[in-house]
Ligand binder design. Sequence first.
Ligand code: NAD
Length: 428
Amino acid sequence: MAEKAFNPFEMAQRQFDHVADKLGLDQGTRDFLRTPCREYHFLIPVRMDDGNVKVFRGFRVQHSDARGPAKGGIRFHPHETIDTVRALATWMTWKTAVVDIPLGGGKGGVICDPRELSDREQEKICRGWVRQVARNVGPIQDVPAPDVMTHGQHMLWMMDEYEAIHGGRLPGMITGKPVGMGGSLGRTEATGYGVVYTIREAAKEIGLDLKGATAAIQGAGNVAQYTLDLLQQLGTRTIAISCWDNTDKKPYTYRCKEGIDFKKLMASIDKFGTVSPAKAKANGWEQLEAGAWIEQEVDILVPAAQENEVNAGNADKIKATVKIIAEGANGPTTPEADEIIQKKGIFLIPDFLCNAGGVTCSYFEQVQCNMNYFWDRDEVLRRLDLKMTSAFKAVSALAREKKVYMRDAAYMISIQRVADACRLRGWV
Ligand code: NAD
């Protein structure tokens, strides 16, 4: 019998049901929170550079706006599915709640491969996406941001289209914009640095000295890069990273026992986080098979690529040296792998806490846009560290108090906050 395909939304619902039971949530609140509130599905016709019209499928899902406008990224990916977008929108609700910012959860996407599209074609997709949802997103409804394979330029095209439709300057409609055009300093590094702030706190709890520690990271994109950067500043060597190779159409792991240097990494990758095999070779990095990153004898593992990457098929291969798993990606670990990680006694920092630095900084960006006054980088990172650290401490204190897994503790805090907001509004 063929194996059932991984469905991230089913996984998000399973995680929710598990904690709803622990919290004893009533049926109405469960029904309301386990499914997104609103979904938009639409087509984006684009006249391509060759003169033909190609039609792309776009989505926006708003899981919850009980605590504030929905918030979440837009992904451009050839394998994007509505259930992935639903799962990610749901996780955004828990993420904004766990760091206690006044926003809800949303996510969007377009089925496309920007690696195969010209800048003009990508601009048309961005403007087309906004035209379809211009009445349903914006500073008081739902605030998009960059995500996998989208970046500041895409956000700016989207903002420009939105402003043209609504008339006026509305930079708070979207975040992740370039600095100087409504963007916040520190946003580029916010998610990766946030991952490391939580690793730092976890290390303190378990008595791991980050100076001299080692890590392996899956991914070499935005999150992975800045995780590696701050880990390196704290004295932790990242000895392996892995990334997708678009020429061979498969991922590889690159290993360097002395630790991959941040500046060398940045000089060896393209804007999609693909390491050039030739440059890796010149740097003296070994090229290994895709899955090798998870099998390294390191203290810290950081899955920072995509969903379903730590699963029943490979969680057993995690070495006994591993003390912390910090989920930089969204949904990297399946419930089956969670059981194995728990049995191994590894300290897990769950995704929607671990990678909440991005949305927290996006929230700061919105605040700065609304004030029309922008903070310096140190101020942004100081506030980010405060938010991430206090969220981490609240989750880990609850995990200890209730003797539950860190993921469950994070869910318990988030779901309770969102359920309370729904109840106070009189919705449930
Ligand atoms: P990105 O597009 O910049 O990088 C993704 C990286 O993953 C690339 O290096 C790519 O080569 C690699 N990759 C893809 N498939 C792979 C595979 N099968 N094996 C190994 N590597 C693979 O994306 P990003 O912004 O760094 O996001 C990474 C993850 O973090 C995603 O799950 C995203 O949803 C999540 N996230 C991102 C942010 C953010 O601010 N960028 C915030 C929160 C969560």
